[in-house]
Design a protein around this ligand. Structure first.
Ligand SMILES: NC(=O)c1ccc[n+]([C@@H]2O[C@H](COP(=O)([O-])OP(=O)(O)OC[C@H]3O[C@@H](n4cnc5c(N)ncnc54)[C@H](O)[C@@H]3O)[C@@H](O)[C@H]2O)c1
Length: 473
């Protein structure tokens, strides 16, 4: 019999922790075809509209499989960097080398002119953000502009693929009419499909190699043409779905599932706080049952995807109860953290509080929907003096969020520290820098093992002080 403290396989059962084996490249060098008509073993020209954190890895991937790639962006600095063979996306392993190689091979260039790029391209991939407006409705301004920029360049044989997450029905209902307005016949002269981008920032190229690529067209010929494109440029499995709507829904289902799951983990954390156990221990044990995939609790959910796409689902189905409730639970985590801090140190008026980690997650320079923004606001409304640090942000970027920049290692009068990301840097935090420190709120449960002098309170999310594992000696 083997007795262990935690199930040894539990990490591999958690959704996000599954690491898929790499697929070897199964492609022989492609023959250039002009025009490209979907024939196996051939490569054409692809325009990628939106050369950001997701678009640039796509450009590099397509070029690495012999396609000529034209990146289109509205930011002159992005276009200039690509035309010099430089990646402007910092946190993506191998991307800089691939961009530089594709550029040197003459396979990658960039332009501000979407129409000209579409005219030259066989395939146009759209990957600009669709966000939320203040009423939580889809904000299409970037995608509408991107679509408008390519329409006059579309020609017989063009394939247009939306990779940006869209509400169900938008590929056909909102954008197809605009794409065929020039007179091209859908599914005969113009092929239109949706294929969700499901990559994880910081692992985009690895995910492109392993994640099945879902493709759904506005008709069978569009699905086939888009699937043929991906079959030539990706080494992952290509899944031809029954419709664009099914493909759109699959992305909303995946991300909404994760939001609801995290909300449940956050509620489990509340129970753990009450009964005095470590929710991490409970979840790891529960997940050793192969059908259980409880995610990780924390200060809430940020980034372009998970907090946004449940609202895309709700925009078309406002009667859904669980989805709306999960959003409220996850958004409520910041308020719960601030109340926990108040309970520990009393009224926050005038108290210096240091927030560590402002991006939506560690290692990714992205502030979209970061929970740091409402966290700083809540603390300031409560009267606290908010200091902040993030290794990915400049002092100016931190000041813009309303906090006073703190320099790593600088002596500080902070009475409270709140971690908003699980950056590994925090493990080197020295409590001696904070002589006034009274309380550490560990918003991502990443500092359970940090040695703290007696008298400094600690609380994680579902990790009450009594359940904090003793630091390893
Ligand atoms: N970032 C992620 O983790 C992630 C993960 C999975 C899927 N996605 C999907 O990818 C989409 C894009 O995300 P991202 O992280 O690459 O965004 P990003 O902000 O990093 O990049 C978007 C790029 O589009 C450009 N752009 C905006 N409007 C344009 C226009 N009209 N024409 C041309 N370019 C334009 C911007 O200048 C920017 O460079 C998201 O909306 C989402 O659907 C993102």
């Amino acid at each position: 019999m083997t007795v262990v403290a935690r199930p040894s396989q539990s990490a591999s059962l958690l959704g996000g922790a599954i690491s898929l084996p790499r697929n070897p490249c199964r492609h022989a060098p492609a023959r250039h075809a002009c025009p490209w008509t979907g024939e196996e073993g051939t490569a054409g020209t692809v325009a990628v509209v939106g050369a950001g954190k997701m678009g640039l890895p796509l450009c590099a991937q397509f070029a690495s499989h012999g396609w000529r790639v034209i990146a289109v962006d509205v930011q002159p600095a992005v276009v200039a960097a690509i035309n010099e063979g430089r990646s402007h996306v910092g946190e993506e392993p191998d991307l800089a080398e691939l961009v530089s190689r594709a550029h040197a091979q003459g396979l990658l260039s960039a332009t501000l002119d979407g129409g000209a790029a579409a005219r030259e391209a066989d395939v146009v991939v759209l990957i600009v953000p669709v966000m939320l407006d203040p009423d939580h409705q889809p904000d299409y301004r970037y995608m509408d502009a991107a679509v408008a920029s390519i329409t006059d360049g579309l020609h017989e044989g063009s394939t247009v693929i939306f990779e940006t997450t869209l509400p169900i029905g938008d590929t056909r209902g909102r954008y197809l009419p605009r794409l065929v307005a020039g007179g091209l016949l859908a599914d005969e002269q113009l092929f239109v499909a949706f294929s969700p981008e499901r990559l994880f920032s910081g692992a985009a190229l690895r995910n492109l190699n392993t994640y099945p690529k879902l493709v759904g067209g506005v008709g069978a010929p569009s699905t086939a043409r888009a699937a043929a494109f991906y079959d030539g440029v990706l080494d992952a499995e290509i899944v031809a779905m029954s419709s664009a709507e099914a493909a759109e829904f699959s992305k909303l289902a995946d991300t909404t599932y994760r939001d609801v799951n995290i909300a449940l983990a956050n509620e489990f954390a509340r129970v753990a706080d009450r009964v005095g156990v470590d929710v991490g221990e409970v979840i790891a044990a529960a997940n050793s049952q192969p059908y259980s995939h409880v995610h990780v609790p924390g200060l809430g959910v940020g980034g372009h995807c998970i907090p946004v796409y449940p609202h895309f689902l709700l925009a078309g189905a406002p009667d859904l109860e669980l989805v709306a409730l999960a959003r409220r639970v996850n958004d409520g985590q910041v308020g719960r953290a601030v109340r926990a801090v108040e309970l520990a140190v009393g009224a926050l008026v005038g108290q210096p509080i240091l927030v560590l980690g402002l991006t939506y997650r560690e290692g990714v320079k992205e502030l979209a929907y970061s929970r740091a923004v409402p966290l700083i606001e809540h603390l300031m409304v409560a009267g606290a003096r908010v200091l902040a640090y993030d290794p990915l942000l400049s002092d100016e970027e931190i000041s813009r969020l309303g906090a006073t920049p703190w320099r790593w290692g600088e002596p500080s009068a902070a009475r409270v520290i709140v971690t908003q990301t699980a950056d590994p840097t925090w493990r080197d935090l020295d409590p001696a820098w904070f002589p006034e420190l009274a309380f550490l709120y560990d918003g991502r449960n990443s500092l359970a093992a940090l040695p703290l002098p007696p008298g400094i309170g600690y609380q994680g999310v579902g990790l009450p002080p009594g359940a904090r594992p003793r630091p390893a000696s």
